[in-house]
Design a protein around this ligand. Structure first.
Ligand code: NI
Length: 204
C-alpha cells in the first residue's frame, strides 16, 4: 500500500466507525426499550380516562386487538409521524382491521386533558381512542409496557413549554390483552398493515 491508499483506507475505516457509532446512538435515543427483548410480559391491566372523559380499563378492549402508541400531543415530530402511520395502516387494513383499535396513551397527563386529546386525535383517524389519566395511572401503564418517558428540563423559563423524551414503539396487543408484536419508529404503514393482517389471519 502506498501512503495515499493507506490514507484512503483510514478515512474509510474512520467513516465506518462513525456511522456505526451514530447508528448505536440513534438506537439508544429512539428505541430505548427495544434493548430489552420484548416478551409476553409486556402490557397488563390499566385504568385510564379516554378523550370523552370516561374512565376505561383494559377490559373495555377485551376481544379486540390494540394498536397502541405512547406519546404526547405537544410532540413536534415523532408522535404525529407515528400516529399518521397507525392511521394509514388502519386505512390499508380496511374492513379486515375492524377489530383493531388504534390507541394513543399520553405520557404527558399534565397537559393532555381529555378535551385536549379529543381535539388532537380526530386529526389522525376517527377511530382513534386517546387515553390519559392521573400521573400515577399513566406511570403504571407505561411501566407495564416498559415505555420510557421523561420531562426534558425547560431552559426558556416557560414552565408549560417543556418537551418529553419518550420511546417510540407501536405495540400490537391481542384480544386477550397479551403482547403479540411491536413496530419500531421506522416501520412504514404498509409494512405495519401487512404484519397486522398476517397476525389476524393466523388467529382466524
Ligand atoms: Ni413524541
Amino acid at each position: 500500500m502506498n501512503i495515499l491508499s493507506k490514507r484512503i483506507a483510514w478515512i474509510v475505516a474512520a467513516g465506518g466507525v462513525a456511522i456505526l457509532l451514530l447508528g448505536i446512538a440513534f438506537h439508544v435515543v429512539v428505541g430505548r426499550p427495544v434493548a430489552t427483548p420484548m416478551s409476553a410480559n409486556v402490557g397488563g391491566p390499566f385504568t385510564l380516562v379516554n378523550h370523552e372523559g370516561r374512565t376505561v380499563t383494559n377490559g373495555d378492549f377485551a376481544g379486540r386487538y390494540m394498536l397502541l402508541y405512547f406519546g404526547y400531543t405537544f410532540c413536534p415530530d415523532v408522535c404525529p409521524t407515528s400516529l399518521s402511520t397507525i392511521a394509514e395502516a388502519i386505512e390499508i387494513l380496511g374492513h379486515e382491521g375492524r377489530d383493531v383499535v388504534p390507541l394513543f396513551i399520553s405520557i404527558d397527563p399534565g397537559r393532555d386533558t381529555p378535551e385536549h386529546l379529543a381535539s388532537y386525535i380526530r386529526f389522525f383517524h376517527p377511530r382513534f381512542v386517546a387515553l390519559t389519566g392521573t400521573t400515577e395511572q399513566v406511570a403504571a401503564v407505561a411501566r407495564a409496557f416498559r415505555v420510557y418517558y421523561a420531562k426534558v428540563p425547560e431552559e426558556s423559563g416557560d414552565e408549560d413549554a417543556y418537551m418529553m423524551d419518550h420511546s417510540s414503539i407501536v405495540f400490537l396487543m391481542g384480544p386477550d390483552g397479551r403482547y403479540l408484536t411491536h413496530f419500531g419508529h421506522e416501520t412504514s404503514a404498509q409494512e405495519m398493515a401487512t404484519r397486522v393482517a398476517s397476525v389476524l389471519k393466523g388467529a382466524s
